[in-house]
Each structure stands twice: as structure tokens, then as C-alpha cells.
Design a protein around this ligand. Structure first.
Ligand SMILES: [Zn+2]
Length: 410
């Protein structure tokens, strides 16, 4: 088997792995200004996608330009999320160099899509493929690829602990090679229950004091996790941005969430913001949490909420995810001010950050890889892939961190 990382090697973003020159795993986009894409656009015989985050599916429609029509295999939620993200990219960047596909390419995605559940083996480009729950977001999969000689396990992004929205991964299928993500290879997450309790207490304190809390959250996964937490702790909340339609969509796929009834209750507990008739400005006076995109304050309805609530020190902004360097969310945490919609704004409202990660931490990664002691491990999807590979070697695991574009023959 030969394996070529076309993106996501020693970096987070634009994940893409070409197997045996014929099967492509993921084809993502690295958000930024400008966005970046995998180093090559191959013409694979088939495509298999691990999950519906932009850095794994963001460039998929570009594979369908011209006469290329490879089938694309994924779980049903991943398919829906890929379409949602592609349409959003068209809206933001359509017709510019920052959008590598057209509206027609996006329409073709529907024609070539093949959906599969977990543990249903199927064939793609002459390989036997099986998905296993990866515990990251609804529909996320570990992908097992068997070419007849070698079994490759592509972990995609995964979490070993349960979240409210999805259960952690438990599958450890036999493999000869593992491509393993390493986003949090030097982080130990605090116990999730403690994080939730601290968050709930902090939000409730602000509401008792008469303030409003803006909760920036990624649309996919995090928004729904925050809705479930607000319902559990009886925090009055609004939800706004792309997370609303993702929540609606996930209700169609109860088998891909941990507790479909809990998600239904959380959805009816929250008030969905339409944004009509100045509703956004009005609700910034309410004693409530407002869960909204974007998670790093780089767009979305947060652009309306933050300027409205920022001057009052009783109000609060609670970041719920990792903030990439150079984003307004990161600036806000580090300096107390952020460029919102082109204007630098000092913020008097309180700013807090919570670790609601959907990735395995260092212990989770090591526990997972304990099942693959005798396999070759290729470390990807991280800011310190080479260091983590060295640490694995020191622990007796055969590990490397391939460079972008290089070909590994296993
Ligand atoms: Zn992801």
C-alpha cells in the first residue's frame, strides 16, 4: 500500500490522504485569509470522507469539476454537513480564488453521494471499507481500508470520552497501519462534568446579576452540545447562526446522536432566533445565554451581539472552543479587545474560555494507540506531529510524522 498526505501533515486543516493513487480520504480546507487547499487535486476513482468539518470536507466539490465523477462515500450526516458547508463557502467566496469550486460542482455532489452506516463494509476503488463511530461529532467515522494486503485505519478526528451529543469511540479494529490525528497531543482536558458545572455556574451568576451571556460556538457539534448543556442546567437560551439548521438536520438522524430525546428536549428548550425586525438587538437586553456562530468571532450573528453587549461589565462572553491564533476570539482572550466586523473594539464585558473539546487529549490518544502497539503509526493533524511521533517512539511504538506530499510505502 502507498499513502500520500496531500494536506493535514504537520498541520491542522486541509486534511487529504491519497491511498494507492486511487482512493482519496477527505479533502478539506484550511480556513484563513486566504484559505488553503490540499497541495494537489487528484483524480481518484473513489472518495471516502471521515466527518463533516470544513477541514475534512471543505474542498470536496472541486473533485467533481470537468468530467470527473468519483463516487463519494460517507455517513448520512457527513453528506448533509458537506453540502451545508459547500453552500456556505459559495456564499462567502463564490466566484473568487478563495472558492475552488462552482455551484454546478456542488450540485454534482448529490449525484455521486453514497451513504453508509457504521460497521457496514462496502467497496470503493477496489478497497474494502468499513466505518466505525469516532465519537467526535454526529456521523464522524474511523475509516478502515483493506486493499487485500494491508489494512489501514484512518482515525479521522476522534474522542475517547463521551460528550452529551455523541458517545466516545470504543471500536479498535485490527490494522497494520494507523494514520492518527494528534490535535491535543500535549493537552490534558479537565473532567467534562467539572467544565460543565463551572460553565453553568458562571452563566447563571451573570443572569442573576441581570446580564446577558454570548456563547460563541461552532455550528457543527459544539452548538448542539451547548444546547444540551443549557437544557440540563436549565439555562434560558437563544440559538442563532448556522448551528440552527445543523440542529434541525441532526434531528433526522437519531441513530447518529447519543440521545435523540435529549436533543429534541434541548431544541425545544432553546429559542431559535430568526433575526427579523431587530430581534437580535432586542434579545441582548434579556437575561439569557445566546449560543451563536462564529466560534472564533470571525463572522456570523456574533458580529451583531458582541458590539451590543461589550460595554457593560455585567455581561459575559464565554468562548467554548480552541481559538486559532490571529482570530478575533484569540485576540479578545489575550488582549481584551478584538476586531469585530472591521472595527477594533475594547470589551468591558467579562471574557472566559471553556474546554469543551471534541478531540481525544494526550491520555486519550495514548490509550487509543495502546491497541496498536505492533502497527506502524503515521501521526497527522496537529501542530506538533513530529514531537508526538518521537514521544511514541520512546514509548516503543513505531511512529513517524510524514511530510506533506511525501509518499509512504507500507
Ligand atoms: Zn473535526
Amino acid at each position: 500500500m502507498n499513502i500520500q498526505l496531500l494536506g493535514g501533515a504537520r498541520e491542522v486543516g486541509r486534511s487529504a490522504v491519497l491511498v494507492n493513487n486511487s482512493l482519496l480520504l477527505d479533502f478539506g480546507m484550511l480556513t484563513g485569509n486566504p484559505p488553503q487547499f490540499p497541495v494537489e487535486t487528484p483524480k481518484p476513482d473513489a472518495v471516502v470522507v471521515s466527518h463533516g468539518h470544513l477541514d475534512h470536507v471543505g474542498t470536496i466539490p472541486a473533485l467533481l469539476s470537468g468530467n470527473n465523477r468519483p463516487p463519494i462515500h460517507w455517513t448520512p450526516p457527513t453528506y448533509e454537513l458537506a453540502l451545508t458547508l459547500a453552500r456556505d463557502t459559495l456564499k462567502l467566496h463564490g466566484g473568487t480564488y478563495n472558492c475552488p469550486f462552482t455551484e454546478n460542482d456542488v450540485k454534482r455532489v448529490t449525484e455521486v453521494s453514497k451513504t453508509h452506516g457504521y460497521r457496514e463494509t462496502f467497496e470503493a476503488a477496489g478497497h474494502e471499507i468499513t466505518f466505525y463511530n469516532a465519537g467526535h461529532i454526529p456521523g464522524s467515522a474511523h475509516v478502515l481500508i483493506d486493499d487485500g494486503d494491508t489494512r489501514l485505519l484512518y482515525t479521522g478526528d476522534f474522542h475517547t470520552d463521551d460528550q452529551r451529543l455523541v458517545t466516545g469511540t470504543t471500536a479498535r479494529p485490527d490494522a497494520d497501519v494507523v494514520i492518527c490525528e494528534s490535535t491535543y497531543s500535549d493537552v490534558e482536558h479537565e473532567d467534562r462534568v467539572n467544565v460543565e458545572e463551572q460553565f453553568a455556574q458562571s452563566v447563571n451568576t451573570t443572569l442573576w446579576e441581570g446580564g446577558t451571556v454570548v456563547v460563541p460556538a461552532f455550528a457543527i457539534g459544539r452548538t448542539q452540545e451547548m444546547l444540551l448543556i443549557c437544557d440540563e442546567y436549565d439555562i434560558p437560551c437563544y440559538v442563532d447562526g448556522m448551528g440552527k439548521q445543523v440542529t434541525e438536520m441532526l434531528r433526522q438522524y437519531p441513530e447518529f446522536v447519543r440521545d435523540a430525546d435529549a436533543l429534541r428536549r434541548a431544541k425545544s428548550h432553546a429559542r431559535f432566533v430568526t433575526g427579523r425586525d431587530g430581534q437580535r438587538k432586542r434579545i441582548t437586553d434579556q437575561k439569557a445565554a445566546i449560543i451563536t456562530t462564529s466560534g472564533m468571532l470571525s463572522g456570523g450573528p456574533a458580529m451583531t451581539y458582541i458590539p451590543e453587549i461589550r460595554s457593560n461589565p455585567v455581561n459575559k462572553i464565554t468562548m467554548t472552543g480552541y481559538q486559532v491564533e490571529g482570530t478575533p476570539g484569540r485576540d479578545l482572550i489575550e488582549s481584551g479587545s478584538a476586531e469585530i466586523d472591521g472595527r477594533v473594539m475594547p470589551v468591558s464585558a467579562q471574557v472566559e474560555q471553556y474546554d469543551f473539546s471534541a478531540h481525544a487529549d494526550r491520555d486519550g490518544l495514548l490509550n487509543f494507540l495502546e491497541s496498536y502497539r505492533d502497527t506502524t503509526v503515521l501521526v497527522n493533524h496537529g501542530d506538533r506531529c513530529e514531537q508526538f511521533a518521537t514521544e511514541l517512539q520512546e514509548a516503543g511504538i513505531e511512529a513517524t510524522a510524514p511530510e506533506i506530499g511525501s509518499v509512504q510505502t507500507i
